[in-house]
Structure formats: C-alpha cells, structure tokens
Unconditional design. Structure first.
Length: 89
C-alpha cells in the first residue's frame, strides 16, 4: 500500500507518525483514505472539495500538479508527500 509522508504540522492527527500507510489507486483516493483515518485533517487539506491552494502533494518526488493532479495513479510502493505551508510572522 502507498505511504503518505506527513509534514510535522499535521502529525498531531496521526499520533505523531511521520509515515502513514493507506490504500488508494489515485492520489485522490489515497488522501481520502487518509482523512477517513484522521477526519480532523480534512479541513487542513481540502476546501470546497478541492485541495487547498497552499497544500502541495508529490508522488515519488514529483509535484502532482505536473502529472495528472489528484487523478495521478498510485502504485502500492509509491510515496505520497504532503507539504503544507505555514504562514506566520
């Protein structure tokens, strides 16, 4: 199953685990599996059913926006990395 690499800012929703194994054949399905395990994370990743503009997701180091977006196919040995920007002063 694919592994999701969690940014430190979202690890509080995964019991501080830096990696979470979830099912899914597309990036969208993987992220949906992730938020089913940690529902409170949904608002940090999605707005109005779309990935928030400041959340960057990559598959094996490639930005999914340069692939097929949320419909990018995912294999069992792929790594999905979530990069959530943090604003502040």
């Amino acid at each position: 199953m694919p592994v999701v690499l969690m940014p430190s800012s979202l690890r509080r929703y995964t019991a501080q685990h830096p990696k979470v194994t979830v099912s899914g054949e597309t990036v969208s399905a993987v992220l949906n599996s992730l938020v089913q395990q940690a529902p409170e994370m949904r608002g940090h990743l999605f707005a109005a059913g779309q990935l928030r503009h400041f959340v960057v997701v990559s598959k094996n180091g490639q930005d999914i926006r340069l692939l097929q977006g949320l419909e990018t196919p995912v294999a069992a040995n792929d790594e999905i990395r979530i990069l959530a920007s943090i604003a502040g002063g």
